[in-house]
Design a protein around this ligand. Structure first.
Ligand SMILES: Cc1cc2nc3c(=O)[nH]c(=O)nc-3n(C[C@H](O)[C@H](O)[C@H](O)COP(=O)(O)O)c2cc1C
Length: 314
């Protein structure tokens, strides 16, 4: 598939970004049926058998939608490449080769070996980067798209300003640019395109939907917390990420006085508390979230806002 073929299958240039413990088949299927790319990290499926079940279900439900005359968008699978070589990584990659998702999103590590295998079946690879140096390295390895993680993004956030990052990547890369960080409405999607990006990559906003796997208390925090409640720290997982203050307090930790790490990737919080599972992520865009709508309703809203701002949904 080419990038323009991919874009032509979408109602809006949007990916509902993969989120650890949050995105599963319900969110993916709802997003694709609404006309945007749905995605999930393979790690959300506890075992490779569960991953196979999820992929089978996604394929079947999208095929059924097509048989009813609908035009669902393609889906994407997110593979963490840091563990390349582990039995689980190899099993996940083999399933990807069997199910052939249109897009594979690689994060943390070198995308090169995955690029080769995904291109062999005609898929596209988009890779997460937070610096210009990483963008250059990933481009050299033949990725089809670069996901630019910018300041305040949900999850492992970036620190670059999008006004600086997008045009500088554009000068050296003619593949797809996906802008990630705090995009929460249709105006933001159009703004990303105006800056030079091809797609908006939206996480936190889609965590706050009915189909996400977020705990009800997490959903409540996504609605009630504001930008000032986003804590950016490496003290919870070892890697710098954005967390909701209320979720840190909820497990009995002091958001303003977290214990320092004992070195790279070594948090010293009590062992029974796990980042992502017990302490929840959300980016600066959380301040614009007021509700937990079904995905279809959210995408309708995004399309209406995009059109009102001057964009042309398909
Ligand atoms: C709860 C949560 C979990 C995430 N988990 C992953 C993940 O497993 N893999 C990944 O590549 N990105 C992950 N991300 C990052 C998103 O894919 C995306 O880059 C980010 O959410 C975009 O910023 P936004 O949340 O401000 O829209 C996660 C984000 C959140 C909020």
């Amino acid at each position: 598939m080419t990038l323009s073929e991919l874009r032509a299958q979408l109602r809006l240039p949007v990916i509902a970004a993969p989120m650890f413990l949050i995105s599963g088949p319900d969110l993916v299927i709802a997003a694709c049926k609404a006309g945007i790319i749905g995605s999930f990290p393979t790690a959300n499926a506890r075992t490779e058998q569960v991953l196979e079940e999820w992929l089978t279900r996604i394929e079947a439900e999208l095929a059924e939608a097509r048989s009813q005359g609908l035009h669902p968008a393609p889906y994407a699978v997110n593979l963490i490449v840091q563990g390349a070589g582990s039995p689980r990584f190899l099993a996940d990659l083999a399933l990807i080769e069997r199910f052939k998702p249109a897009v594979v999103i690689t994060s943390v590590g070198q995308p090169g070996p995955v690029v080769e295998r995904v291109h062999a079946y005609g898929g596209l690879v988009f890779h997460d980067v937070a610096t210009l140096r990483h963008a250059t390295k990933a481009a050299e390895q033949g990725v089809d798209g670069l996901i630019l993680l910018t300041a305040g993004a949900g999850g492992h956030t970036g620190s670059a300003n999008p006004f600086a990052f997008v045009p500088q990547v554009r000068r050296q890369f003619d593949g797809a640019i996906l802008l990630a960080g705090c995009i929460g409405d249709g105006r933001g999607i159009l703004a990303a395109q105006t800056l030079g990006a091809d797609f908006a990559y939206m996480g936190t906003r889609f965590a706050a939907t009915r189909e996400s796997m977020a705990d009800p208390a997490y959903h409540e925090l996504l609605v009630s917390q504001q930008m000032a409640d986003v804590v950016i720290t490496d003290r919870l997982s070892g890697m710098t990420a954005t967390y909701l203050r209320g979720s840190i307090a909820r497990v009995g930790l002091d958001p303003d006085n977290l214990p320092p790490t004992a070195g790279f990737l070594k948090p010293t919080i009590p062992e029974h508390i796990k980042a992502w599972r017990d302490v929840w992520s959300g980016g600066h865009g959380v301040g614009t979230i007021d509700d937990i709508p079904p995905v279809a309703e959210l995408v309708d809203r995004l399309a209406a806002e995009y059109r009102a701002a001057g964009g042309k949904p398909q």
